[in-house]
Design a protein around this ligand. Structure first.
Ligand code: AMP
Ligand code: ZN
Length: 480
Protein backbone atom coordinates (compact mmCIF):
# COMPACT_ATOMS: atom_id res chain seq x y z
CA UNK A 1 0.00 0.00 0.00
CA UNK A 2 1.21 3.50 -0.81
CA UNK A 3 2.27 5.24 2.38
CA UNK A 4 0.31 8.31 3.48
CA UNK A 5 1.73 11.51 2.01
CA UNK A 6 0.70 14.96 3.16
CA UNK A 7 1.46 18.43 1.85
CA UNK A 8 3.16 20.11 4.77
CA UNK A 9 2.88 23.91 4.91
CA UNK A 10 5.92 23.97 7.19
CA UNK A 11 8.29 22.49 4.60
CA UNK A 12 6.21 23.29 1.52
CA UNK A 13 6.67 19.66 0.49
CA UNK A 14 4.58 16.57 0.15
CA UNK A 15 6.00 14.30 2.82
CA UNK A 16 5.49 10.77 3.99
CA UNK A 17 3.48 10.74 7.20
CA UNK A 18 5.37 9.27 10.11
CA UNK A 19 3.45 9.38 13.39
CA UNK A 20 5.13 10.42 16.60
CA UNK A 21 3.80 7.28 18.20
CA UNK A 22 3.14 4.07 16.29
CA UNK A 23 -0.49 3.65 15.31
CA UNK A 24 -1.66 6.94 16.84
CA UNK A 25 -2.34 10.35 15.29
CA UNK A 26 -2.78 13.46 17.40
CA UNK A 27 -4.63 16.15 15.50
CA UNK A 28 -5.73 19.67 16.39
CA UNK A 29 -8.15 21.59 14.15
CA UNK A 30 -8.59 25.30 14.81
CA UNK A 31 -12.26 25.66 15.57
CA UNK A 32 -15.04 28.21 15.31
CA UNK A 33 -15.49 31.55 17.01
CA UNK A 34 -19.03 31.09 18.26
CA UNK A 35 -20.50 34.56 17.73
CA UNK A 36 -22.55 33.62 14.66
CA UNK A 37 -23.37 30.63 12.49
CA UNK A 38 -20.42 29.04 10.71
CA UNK A 39 -20.53 30.00 7.03
CA UNK A 40 -19.91 27.50 4.25
CA UNK A 41 -16.24 28.51 4.04
CA UNK A 42 -15.76 27.65 7.71
CA UNK A 43 -17.65 24.41 7.17
CA UNK A 44 -15.22 23.37 4.45
CA UNK A 45 -12.47 23.52 7.07
CA UNK A 46 -14.32 21.01 9.25
CA UNK A 47 -15.35 18.67 6.44
CA UNK A 48 -11.69 18.67 5.40
CA UNK A 49 -10.64 17.80 8.96
CA UNK A 50 -13.29 15.06 9.07
CA UNK A 51 -12.15 13.44 5.82
CA UNK A 52 -8.54 13.67 6.97
CA UNK A 53 -9.47 11.93 10.22
CA UNK A 54 -11.41 9.25 8.32
CA UNK A 55 -8.40 8.70 6.04
CA UNK A 56 -6.20 8.07 9.09
CA UNK A 57 -8.82 5.71 10.51
CA UNK A 58 -8.95 3.89 7.16
CA UNK A 59 -5.21 3.36 7.59
CA UNK A 60 -5.92 1.81 11.01
CA UNK A 61 -4.70 4.71 13.10
CA UNK A 62 -6.21 5.57 16.43
CA UNK A 63 -6.99 9.30 16.33
CA UNK A 64 -6.94 11.82 19.13
CA UNK A 65 -8.70 14.86 17.74
CA UNK A 66 -9.35 18.26 19.27
CA UNK A 67 -11.40 21.15 17.87
CA UNK A 68 -11.36 24.24 20.05
CA UNK A 69 -14.36 26.46 20.63
CA UNK A 70 -13.28 30.11 20.71
CA UNK A 71 -15.61 31.89 23.09
CA UNK A 72 -13.43 34.81 24.17
CA UNK A 73 -10.56 36.94 22.93
CA UNK A 74 -10.95 36.80 19.14
CA UNK A 75 -10.98 40.47 18.20
CA UNK A 76 -12.43 41.96 15.05
CA UNK A 77 -8.92 42.56 13.71
CA UNK A 78 -6.17 39.93 13.68
CA UNK A 79 -3.81 42.68 14.88
CA UNK A 80 -5.30 42.60 18.41
CA UNK A 81 -7.43 45.65 17.77
CA UNK A 82 -11.14 46.18 17.85
CA UNK A 83 -13.89 44.53 19.81
CA UNK A 84 -14.20 40.99 21.04
CA UNK A 85 -16.38 39.22 18.45
CA UNK A 86 -18.28 37.35 21.16
CA UNK A 87 -19.11 40.51 23.12
CA UNK A 88 -20.20 42.24 19.89
CA UNK A 89 -22.37 39.25 18.96
CA UNK A 90 -24.10 39.41 22.34
CA UNK A 91 -24.84 43.13 21.91
CA UNK A 92 -26.11 42.54 18.37
CA UNK A 93 -28.64 39.99 19.58
CA UNK A 94 -29.42 41.60 22.93
CA UNK A 95 -28.37 38.46 24.75
CA UNK A 96 -26.01 37.59 27.55
CA UNK A 97 -22.59 36.45 26.35
CA UNK A 98 -23.15 32.98 27.77
CA UNK A 99 -26.35 32.61 25.76
CA UNK A 100 -24.64 33.67 22.53
CA UNK A 101 -21.91 31.12 23.19
CA UNK A 102 -24.49 28.41 23.82
CA UNK A 103 -26.64 29.29 20.82
CA UNK A 104 -23.81 29.20 18.31
CA UNK A 105 -21.95 26.30 19.86
CA UNK A 106 -25.16 24.25 19.62
CA UNK A 107 -25.69 25.47 16.06
CA UNK A 108 -22.12 24.47 15.19
CA UNK A 109 -22.58 20.97 16.61
CA UNK A 110 -25.85 20.68 14.68
CA UNK A 111 -24.10 21.70 11.45
CA UNK A 112 -21.35 19.19 12.06
CA UNK A 113 -23.86 16.37 12.54
CA UNK A 114 -25.89 17.42 9.49
CA UNK A 115 -22.72 17.29 7.41
CA UNK A 116 -22.17 13.72 8.60
CA UNK A 117 -19.06 14.76 10.48
CA UNK A 118 -18.21 12.11 12.98
CA UNK A 119 -18.08 14.09 16.25
CA UNK A 120 -18.38 11.33 18.82
CA UNK A 121 -14.73 11.02 19.69
CA UNK A 122 -13.68 14.64 19.16
CA UNK A 123 -12.85 16.80 22.15
CA UNK A 124 -14.24 20.36 21.96
CA UNK A 125 -12.48 22.41 24.63
CA UNK A 126 -13.71 25.94 25.25
CA UNK A 127 -11.30 28.82 25.73
CA UNK A 128 -13.28 30.18 28.71
CA UNK A 129 -12.98 26.84 30.46
CA UNK A 130 -9.17 26.90 30.21
CA UNK A 131 -8.30 30.31 31.60
CA UNK A 132 -5.93 28.97 34.33
CA UNK A 133 -4.03 26.93 31.72
CA UNK A 134 -3.68 30.01 29.49
CA UNK A 135 -2.50 32.17 32.40
CA UNK A 136 0.05 29.51 33.37
CA UNK A 137 1.26 29.38 29.76
CA UNK A 138 1.74 33.15 29.66
CA UNK A 139 3.50 33.02 33.02
CA UNK A 140 6.04 30.56 31.62
CA UNK A 141 6.58 32.84 28.62
CA UNK A 142 7.00 35.70 31.07
CA UNK A 143 9.60 33.82 33.12
CA UNK A 144 11.51 32.99 29.94
CA UNK A 145 11.61 36.66 29.00
CA UNK A 146 9.42 36.59 25.88
CA UNK A 147 6.85 39.11 27.06
CA UNK A 148 6.53 42.84 27.62
CA UNK A 149 3.81 45.06 28.94
CA UNK A 150 2.03 47.91 27.18
CA UNK A 151 -0.84 50.05 28.39
CA UNK A 152 -3.38 47.62 26.95
CA UNK A 153 -1.88 44.22 27.60
CA UNK A 154 0.95 41.71 27.75
CA UNK A 155 2.61 41.11 24.40
CA UNK A 156 4.86 38.47 22.87
CA UNK A 157 8.15 39.83 21.52
CA UNK A 158 8.49 38.08 18.16
CA UNK A 159 11.98 39.49 17.57
CA UNK A 160 13.26 37.03 20.19
CA UNK A 161 12.33 34.08 17.97
CA UNK A 162 14.79 33.94 15.12
CA UNK A 163 12.53 31.57 13.20
CA UNK A 164 9.35 33.64 13.65
CA UNK A 165 7.24 33.46 10.50
CA UNK A 166 8.68 30.11 9.39
CA UNK A 167 5.25 28.68 8.58
CA UNK A 168 4.52 29.67 5.00
CA UNK A 169 7.76 31.72 4.99
CA UNK A 170 6.05 34.85 6.16
CA UNK A 171 8.10 37.89 5.39
CA UNK A 172 8.36 39.74 8.68
CA UNK A 173 10.37 42.44 6.89
CA UNK A 174 7.20 43.22 4.95
CA UNK A 175 5.43 43.40 8.26
CA UNK A 176 8.04 45.86 9.58
CA UNK A 177 7.32 48.16 6.67
CA UNK A 178 3.63 47.86 7.39
CA UNK A 179 4.48 49.00 10.91
CA UNK A 180 4.29 52.60 9.80
CA UNK A 181 0.56 52.26 9.62
CA UNK A 182 0.48 50.18 12.79
CA UNK A 183 -2.15 51.49 15.17
CA UNK A 184 -0.56 50.22 18.35
CA UNK A 185 2.55 52.39 18.68
CA UNK A 186 3.60 50.65 21.88
CA UNK A 187 4.34 47.35 20.16
CA UNK A 188 8.07 46.73 19.73
CA UNK A 189 7.62 44.88 16.45
CA UNK A 190 4.57 44.93 14.26
CA UNK A 191 4.28 41.13 14.33
CA UNK A 192 4.11 41.13 18.15
CA UNK A 193 0.78 39.96 19.46
CA UNK A 194 -1.27 40.10 22.63
CA UNK A 195 -1.12 37.26 25.13
CA UNK A 196 -3.34 38.98 27.68
CA UNK A 197 -5.45 42.09 27.17
CA UNK A 198 -6.49 44.35 30.00
CA UNK A 199 -10.12 45.17 30.43
CA UNK A 200 -10.62 48.84 29.52
CA UNK A 201 -9.11 50.88 32.38
CA UNK A 202 -11.50 52.96 34.46
CA UNK A 203 -11.74 56.38 32.94
CA UNK A 204 -11.09 54.85 29.50
CA UNK A 205 -13.73 54.07 26.91
CA UNK A 206 -16.68 52.64 28.77
CA UNK A 207 -17.02 49.28 27.11
CA UNK A 208 -18.02 46.98 29.90
CA UNK A 209 -16.97 43.40 29.23
CA UNK A 210 -19.04 40.50 30.44
CA UNK A 211 -16.12 38.09 30.40
CA UNK A 212 -12.98 39.05 32.28
CA UNK A 213 -10.69 37.35 34.77
CA UNK A 214 -8.06 38.15 37.36
CA UNK A 215 -4.49 37.49 36.35
CA UNK A 216 -0.99 38.29 37.67
CA UNK A 217 -1.01 41.25 35.24
CA UNK A 218 -4.44 42.65 36.01
CA UNK A 219 -8.06 42.02 35.13
CA UNK A 220 -8.59 41.15 31.51
CA UNK A 221 -8.92 38.32 29.01
CA UNK A 222 -6.61 36.10 26.97
CA UNK A 223 -5.39 36.98 23.49
CA UNK A 224 -6.84 34.83 20.75
CA UNK A 225 -3.79 32.68 19.94
CA UNK A 226 -2.90 31.49 23.42
CA UNK A 227 -5.95 29.23 23.78
CA UNK A 228 -4.76 26.93 20.98
CA UNK A 229 -1.26 26.63 22.44
CA UNK A 230 -2.54 26.02 25.96
CA UNK A 231 -5.36 23.62 25.10
CA UNK A 232 -3.48 21.53 22.54
CA UNK A 233 -0.66 21.14 25.05
CA UNK A 234 -3.06 20.11 27.78
CA UNK A 235 -5.06 17.65 25.69
CA UNK A 236 -2.52 16.35 23.17
CA UNK A 237 0.91 17.02 24.68
CA UNK A 238 3.90 19.23 23.88
CA UNK A 239 4.26 17.93 20.35
CA UNK A 240 1.54 16.86 17.98
CA UNK A 241 1.31 15.19 14.60
CA UNK A 242 -1.17 17.26 12.59
CA UNK A 243 -2.63 20.74 12.92
CA UNK A 244 -5.12 22.16 10.44
CA UNK A 245 -6.96 25.34 9.56
CA UNK A 246 -7.86 27.53 6.62
CA UNK A 247 -5.05 29.27 4.68
CA UNK A 248 -5.96 32.57 6.33
CA UNK A 249 -4.51 31.22 9.57
CA UNK A 250 -1.01 30.71 8.17
CA UNK A 251 0.48 34.22 8.42
CA UNK A 252 -0.69 35.25 11.89
CA UNK A 253 -2.57 32.75 14.02
CA UNK A 254 -0.53 29.64 13.30
CA UNK A 255 2.85 31.38 13.34
CA UNK A 256 1.84 32.82 16.70
CA UNK A 257 0.83 29.42 18.03
CA UNK A 258 4.24 28.09 16.95
CA UNK A 259 6.09 30.98 18.60
CA UNK A 260 4.24 30.53 21.89
CA UNK A 261 4.43 26.75 22.14
CA UNK A 262 8.00 26.35 20.92
CA UNK A 263 9.18 29.08 23.32
CA UNK A 264 7.64 27.18 26.23
CA UNK A 265 8.58 23.61 25.28
CA UNK A 266 11.80 24.17 23.32
CA UNK A 267 10.55 21.49 20.90
CA UNK A 268 8.94 21.43 17.48
CA UNK A 269 5.21 21.97 18.08
CA UNK A 270 3.63 20.31 15.02
CA UNK A 271 5.09 17.87 12.50
CA UNK A 272 2.51 18.35 9.72
CA UNK A 273 0.70 21.64 9.19
CA UNK A 274 -2.16 21.33 6.73
CA UNK A 275 -4.32 24.11 5.33
CA UNK A 276 -7.48 24.13 3.29
CA UNK A 277 -7.99 26.75 0.60
CA UNK A 278 -10.90 29.15 0.61
CA UNK A 279 -14.45 28.82 -0.59
CA UNK A 280 -15.34 31.93 -2.55
CA UNK A 281 -18.66 33.23 -3.79
CA UNK A 282 -18.62 35.03 -7.15
CA UNK A 283 -14.85 34.84 -6.86
CA UNK A 284 -14.91 36.92 -3.69
CA UNK A 285 -14.01 36.14 -0.11
CA UNK A 286 -17.02 35.29 2.04
CA UNK A 287 -17.58 38.27 4.28
CA UNK A 288 -20.48 39.98 5.95
CA UNK A 289 -19.27 43.32 4.61
CA UNK A 290 -19.70 41.94 1.07
CA UNK A 291 -23.12 40.57 2.02
CA UNK A 292 -22.40 37.17 0.47
CA UNK A 293 -22.45 34.99 3.56
CA UNK A 294 -24.15 31.61 3.13
CA UNK A 295 -24.82 29.35 6.10
CA UNK A 296 -25.87 25.72 6.20
CA UNK A 297 -29.35 26.81 7.14
CA UNK A 298 -29.55 28.98 3.98
CA UNK A 299 -28.91 25.77 2.06
CA UNK A 300 -31.46 23.71 3.98
CA UNK A 301 -34.01 26.52 3.56
CA UNK A 302 -33.67 26.09 -0.19
CA UNK A 303 -34.45 22.36 0.14
CA UNK A 304 -30.91 21.13 -0.34
CA UNK A 305 -29.59 18.32 1.79
CA UNK A 306 -26.47 19.15 3.85
CA UNK A 307 -24.99 15.98 2.35
CA UNK A 308 -25.10 17.68 -1.05
CA UNK A 309 -22.90 20.46 0.32
CA UNK A 310 -20.53 17.83 1.68
CA UNK A 311 -20.44 16.14 -1.73
CA UNK A 312 -19.81 19.48 -3.42
CA UNK A 313 -16.89 20.19 -1.03
CA UNK A 314 -15.40 16.80 -1.83
CA UNK A 315 -15.40 17.32 -5.58
CA UNK A 316 -12.56 19.85 -5.20
CA UNK A 317 -9.17 19.07 -3.68
CA UNK A 318 -8.83 20.70 -0.26
CA UNK A 319 -5.89 22.79 -1.51
CA UNK A 320 -7.84 24.31 -4.42
CA UNK A 321 -9.95 27.38 -4.10
CA UNK A 322 -13.52 26.56 -4.90
CA UNK A 323 -16.23 28.95 -6.02
CA UNK A 324 -19.71 28.31 -4.67
CA UNK A 325 -22.75 28.75 -6.89
CA UNK A 326 -26.29 27.51 -6.38
CA UNK A 327 -26.05 25.77 -9.76
CA UNK A 328 -22.98 23.87 -8.60
CA UNK A 329 -24.82 22.79 -5.46
CA UNK A 330 -27.80 21.75 -7.54
CA UNK A 331 -25.45 19.65 -9.69
CA UNK A 332 -23.91 18.08 -6.59
CA UNK A 333 -27.33 17.21 -5.20
CA UNK A 334 -28.45 15.63 -8.50
CA UNK A 335 -25.27 13.53 -8.65
CA UNK A 336 -25.56 12.46 -5.04
CA UNK A 337 -29.21 11.58 -5.62
CA UNK A 338 -28.14 9.27 -8.47
CA UNK A 339 -25.59 7.58 -6.23
CA UNK A 340 -28.10 6.91 -3.46
CA UNK A 341 -30.73 5.80 -5.96
CA UNK A 342 -28.37 3.21 -7.47
CA UNK A 343 -27.38 2.12 -4.01
CA UNK A 344 -30.88 1.74 -2.59
CA UNK A 345 -32.78 0.57 -5.65
CA UNK A 346 -30.25 -1.62 -7.44
CA UNK A 347 -27.51 -2.91 -5.20
CA UNK A 348 -29.73 -4.76 -2.73
CA UNK A 349 -29.22 -5.29 0.98
CA UNK A 350 -26.88 -8.26 0.78
CA UNK A 351 -23.18 -7.78 1.35
CA UNK A 352 -20.75 -9.04 -1.27
CA UNK A 353 -16.97 -8.87 -1.52
CA UNK A 354 -15.02 -5.64 -1.45
CA UNK A 355 -13.49 -5.37 -4.93
CA UNK A 356 -9.74 -5.39 -4.25
CA UNK A 357 -8.70 -3.69 -7.46
CA UNK A 358 -10.95 -0.69 -6.82
CA UNK A 359 -10.20 -0.67 -3.14
CA UNK A 360 -6.43 -0.55 -3.73
CA UNK A 361 -6.78 2.37 -6.12
CA UNK A 362 -9.06 4.16 -3.69
CA UNK A 363 -6.57 3.65 -0.89
CA UNK A 364 -3.74 5.02 -3.04
CA UNK A 365 -5.75 8.13 -3.92
CA UNK A 366 -6.78 9.01 -0.40
CA UNK A 367 -3.23 8.40 0.88
CA UNK A 368 -1.88 10.76 -1.76
CA UNK A 369 -2.45 13.99 0.15
CA UNK A 370 -6.16 13.24 0.36
CA UNK A 371 -6.94 13.15 -3.34
CA UNK A 372 -10.67 12.89 -2.79
CA UNK A 373 -11.70 14.18 -6.26
CA UNK A 374 -9.85 11.22 -7.81
CA UNK A 375 -11.45 8.81 -5.37
CA UNK A 376 -14.88 10.17 -6.28
CA UNK A 377 -14.18 9.74 -9.99
CA UNK A 378 -13.14 6.18 -9.16
CA UNK A 379 -16.38 5.65 -7.29
CA UNK A 380 -18.30 6.56 -10.46
CA UNK A 381 -16.12 4.22 -12.54
CA UNK A 382 -17.16 1.48 -10.15
CA UNK A 383 -20.85 2.39 -10.42
CA UNK A 384 -20.60 2.15 -14.21
CA UNK A 385 -18.49 -1.04 -14.28
CA UNK A 386 -20.79 -3.85 -15.36
CA UNK A 387 -18.23 -6.53 -14.64
CA UNK A 388 -18.58 -5.97 -10.89
CA UNK A 389 -21.50 -7.85 -9.27
CA UNK A 390 -24.09 -5.63 -7.59
CA UNK A 391 -23.53 -6.91 -4.06
CA UNK A 392 -19.78 -6.33 -4.51
CA UNK A 393 -20.51 -2.78 -5.63
CA UNK A 394 -22.54 -2.31 -2.50
CA UNK A 395 -19.75 -3.55 -0.23
CA UNK A 396 -17.04 -1.63 -2.06
CA UNK A 397 -19.06 1.60 -1.97
CA UNK A 398 -19.69 1.17 1.74
CA UNK A 399 -15.96 0.75 2.17
CA UNK A 400 -15.27 4.00 0.24
CA UNK A 401 -17.93 5.76 2.26
CA UNK A 402 -16.03 5.14 5.48
CA UNK A 403 -13.83 7.99 4.22
CA UNK A 404 -16.21 9.99 2.02
CA UNK A 405 -19.07 10.00 4.53
CA UNK A 406 -21.82 10.48 1.95
CA UNK A 407 -24.38 8.72 4.11
CA UNK A 408 -24.55 5.39 2.25
CA UNK A 409 -24.57 3.49 5.54
CA UNK A 410 -27.93 5.02 6.39
CA UNK A 411 -29.28 5.41 2.87
CA UNK A 412 -32.90 4.52 2.30
CA UNK A 413 -35.91 5.47 0.18
CA UNK A 414 -36.59 8.49 2.35
CA UNK A 415 -33.12 9.94 1.77
CA UNK A 416 -33.40 9.25 -1.97
CA UNK A 417 -36.69 11.19 -2.05
CA UNK A 418 -35.16 14.01 -0.04
CA UNK A 419 -32.22 14.23 -2.44
CA UNK A 420 -34.56 14.15 -5.41
CA UNK A 421 -36.16 17.32 -4.00
CA UNK A 422 -39.54 15.77 -4.83
CA UNK A 423 -41.10 14.95 -1.45
CA UNK A 424 -44.90 15.48 -1.63
CA UNK A 425 -45.86 18.62 0.25
CA UNK A 426 -48.74 18.31 2.71
CA UNK A 427 -51.28 21.06 3.25
CA UNK A 428 -50.75 22.52 6.71
CA UNK A 429 -54.49 23.05 7.19
CA UNK A 430 -55.12 19.34 6.62
CA UNK A 431 -52.51 18.02 9.03
CA UNK A 432 -53.68 16.07 12.10
CA UNK A 433 -54.44 18.53 14.89
CA UNK A 434 -51.59 17.40 17.15
CA UNK A 435 -49.08 17.74 14.32
CA UNK A 436 -50.36 21.16 13.27
CA UNK A 437 -50.04 22.30 16.90
CA UNK A 438 -46.33 21.38 16.88
CA UNK A 439 -45.81 23.10 13.52
CA UNK A 440 -47.45 26.27 14.85
CA UNK A 441 -45.49 26.16 18.07
CA UNK A 442 -42.29 25.80 16.04
CA UNK A 443 -43.15 28.77 13.84
CA UNK A 444 -43.68 30.83 16.97
CA UNK A 445 -40.33 29.69 18.38
CA UNK A 446 -38.62 30.66 15.11
CA UNK A 447 -40.24 34.07 15.16
CA UNK A 448 -38.89 34.52 18.67
CA UNK A 449 -35.51 33.37 17.40
CA UNK A 450 -35.62 30.45 19.84
CA UNK A 451 -33.80 28.15 17.44
CA UNK A 452 -33.05 25.57 20.07
CA UNK A 453 -36.73 25.06 20.73
CA UNK A 454 -37.44 25.08 17.00
CA UNK A 455 -34.87 22.33 16.52
CA UNK A 456 -36.37 20.29 19.35
CA UNK A 457 -39.79 20.62 17.75
CA UNK A 458 -38.35 19.59 14.38
CA UNK A 459 -37.02 16.42 16.08
CA UNK A 460 -40.42 15.84 17.65
CA UNK A 461 -42.08 16.10 14.24
CA UNK A 462 -39.55 13.69 12.79
CA UNK A 463 -40.31 11.17 15.52
CA UNK A 464 -43.96 11.46 14.62
CA UNK A 465 -43.19 10.78 10.96
CA UNK A 466 -42.98 14.29 9.46
CA UNK A 467 -40.18 16.29 7.87
CA UNK A 468 -40.28 20.05 8.02
CA UNK A 469 -38.36 22.39 5.76
CA UNK A 470 -38.35 26.14 6.21
CA UNK A 471 -39.17 28.18 3.14
CA UNK A 472 -39.53 31.92 2.70
CA UNK A 473 -43.32 31.66 2.64
CA UNK A 474 -43.62 29.22 5.55
CA UNK A 475 -42.67 25.62 6.22
CA UNK A 476 -43.06 22.68 3.82
CA UNK A 477 -44.20 19.49 5.49
CA UNK A 478 -43.63 16.04 4.05
CA UNK A 479 -44.15 12.51 5.40
CA UNK A 480 -40.92 10.74 6.24
P1 AMP B 1 -13.05 31.31 12.32
O1 AMP B 1 -14.36 30.91 12.96
O2 AMP B 1 -13.10 32.61 11.62
O3 AMP B 1 -11.88 31.21 13.25
O4 AMP B 1 -12.78 30.25 11.14
C1 AMP B 1 -12.95 28.87 11.27
C2 AMP B 1 -12.18 28.12 10.21
O5 AMP B 1 -12.69 28.41 8.90
C3 AMP B 1 -10.71 28.46 10.15
O6 AMP B 1 -9.98 27.27 9.94
C4 AMP B 1 -10.59 29.39 8.96
O7 AMP B 1 -9.31 29.37 8.43
C5 AMP B 1 -11.60 28.76 8.01
N1 AMP B 1 -12.15 29.67 6.99
C6 AMP B 1 -12.58 30.95 7.15
N2 AMP B 1 -13.10 31.45 6.00
C7 AMP B 1 -13.00 30.45 5.07
C8 AMP B 1 -13.36 30.32 3.69
N3 AMP B 1 -13.95 31.31 3.02
N4 AMP B 1 -13.11 29.15 3.06
C9 AMP B 1 -12.53 28.13 3.72
N5 AMP B 1 -12.14 28.17 5.02
C10 AMP B 1 -12.38 29.31 5.70
ZN1 ZN C 1 -5.94 27.95 16.54
Amino acid sequence: MTPIKLQNTLTNEKEEFIPRKDGVVTMYNCGPTVYNYAHIGNLRAYVFADVLKRMFAYNDYEIKQVINITDVGHLTSDADEGEDKIETGAKREGLKVKNIIKRYTDAFMGDMKSLNIDIDKIEFPKATEHIPEQIAFIQTLDEKGYTYKTSDGIYFDTSLRKDYGKLGNINTKGLEEGARIEKNKEKKNSADFALWKFSPPTGGPKQQREQEWDSPWGVGFPGWHIECSAMSRKLLGNQIDVHTGGVDHIPVHHNNEIAQTESVTGKQFVNYWMHNEFITIDGQKIAKSVGNTIYLKSIIDKSFSPLSLRYWFLTAHYRTQSNFTWEALEGAQTTLFKLHKHFVEEYGAKDGEVNKEYENKFHDFINDDLDIPKSIALMWDLVKDESVPKEDKRSTLLEFDKVLGLGLDHSDKKLVTLLSGRGDKLEIGKLPKAIKAIVDEREEARENKDFKKADELRDKLQQKGYEIEDKEDGPDITKN
